[in-house]
Ligand binder design. Structure first.
Ligand SMILES: NC(=O)c1ccc[n+]([C@@H]2O[C@H](COP(=O)([O-])OP(=O)(O)OC[C@H]3O[C@@H](n4cnc5c(N)ncnc54)[C@H](O)[C@@H]3O)[C@@H](O)[C@H]2O)c1
Length: 287
């Protein structure tokens, strides 16, 4: 699909109010797409639309909690009604929960599974069905097949490798990777591409927004500060992830590791699982 294809395309991005979601919404707008910027925090999504307007077609902001099945159903129906079936859907909204498995409570599990996994299930199911129904309703042109659409699920390098510091996060992200692979196989016949994007550390507010499950407050603060320091030292901007997402849609890539640690963990997980298991024992960075 040439870049020009984004002209006039409709793109839905969840978690579009910050970080990778905002950068992706702006990048897609810059490539000609009209953007539906969805976030649980409406003012932040509205700011994204304002930025998107400065580079391209702009779009519309929506407030939605991706973990809420009913709200997502209403959102998908509203998008179709008020706009049309989207051509691109980026299931990006996500949160971090860090700390030992044995200290991670059921509420923490519910929250992270709700946003990181159910959010991707809802977005992929609802918009995937819309895309499939649309492409099957169009007349078949064997010489010039219809473009069915593209779904991007933002997983993480944590999908490739276990880490004792983030058991719940790693679990959700490896589930998103597998979901994306299965869905890609299912939707290939409908000419709908599916990509799992797997970045290493990226400089966003994810650590700030995250939950830390250590026993006492000072240990939780320490973990948060260390995470913030690690992410700011890493200094990898979300705009670079957005570029990779745009490229993945154009090239219909299946799995896209992003940045050094993304590629390293992807390769190690295949060539040396024993090394990955040793790395999993490394504790949180000292700060
Ligand atoms: N930052 C990193 O190092 C990194 C690395 C790999 C993958 N990721 C993934 O990238 C995605 C985006 O994260 P980010 O780093 O940009 O974080 P971020 O905290 O900057 O942005 C996340 C956005 O999602 C929104 N959000 C949270 N819960 C929501 C919900 N229930 N419904 C709708 N929106 C919700 C937030 O309001 C926020 O705007 C996540 O899936 C994350 O797991 C991040």
């Amino acid at each position: 699909m040439p870049l020009a294809h984004f002209d006039g395309a409709l793109a839905v991005v969840t978690g579009a109010g910050s970080g990778i979601g905002r950068a992706t919404a702006v990048a897609l707008a810059g490539h000609g797409a009209s953007v539906i910027a969805a976030d649980i925090d409406l003012p932040s999504a509205e700011e994204t639309v304002a930025v998107a307007k400065t580079v391209g077609a702009g779009g519309t902001a929506y407030q939605v909690d991706v973990s809420d099945a009913e709200a997502m159903g209403t959102f998908a129906a509203e998008v179709k009604e008020a706009h049309r079936v989207p051509d691109i859907v980026v299931n990006n909204a996500g949160i971090a929960v860090a700390g030992p498995f044995l200290d991670t409570g059921l509420d923490d599990w519910d929250r992270i599974l709700g946003v990181n996994l159910w959010g991707v299930v809802h977005g992929s199911r609802l918009f995937g069905k819309q895309m499939r129904d649309r492409v099957h309703a169009l007349p078949n042109k064997p010489d010039k097949p219809n473009f069915g659409g593209h779904i991007v699920n933002v997983a993480s390098a944590a999908a490739f490798a276990p880490w004792r510091v983030m058991p719940a996060y790693c679990t959700t992200k490896s589930a998103v990777l597998m979901l994306s692979e299965c869905l890609r196989a299912e939707l290939a016949g409908s000419r709908i591409g599916v990509t799992a994007v797997c970045p290493g550390f990226v400089s966003t507010d994810i650590v700030e927004h995250g939950t830390y499950v250590e026993d006492d407050a000072s240990a939780r603060d320490r973990l948060r500060r260390r995470g913030q320091k690690a992410i700011s030292l890493r200094n990898y901007p979300p705009e670079k992830v957005a570029e990779r997402i745009v490229h993945a849609i154009i090239k219909n890539k299946a799995v896209v590791p992003v940045n050094f640690e993304g590629h390293l963990l992807h390769t190690l997980s295949r060539v040396s699982p024993a090394t990955v298991r040793l790395l999993a024992r490394i504790p949180a960075p000292r700060g």
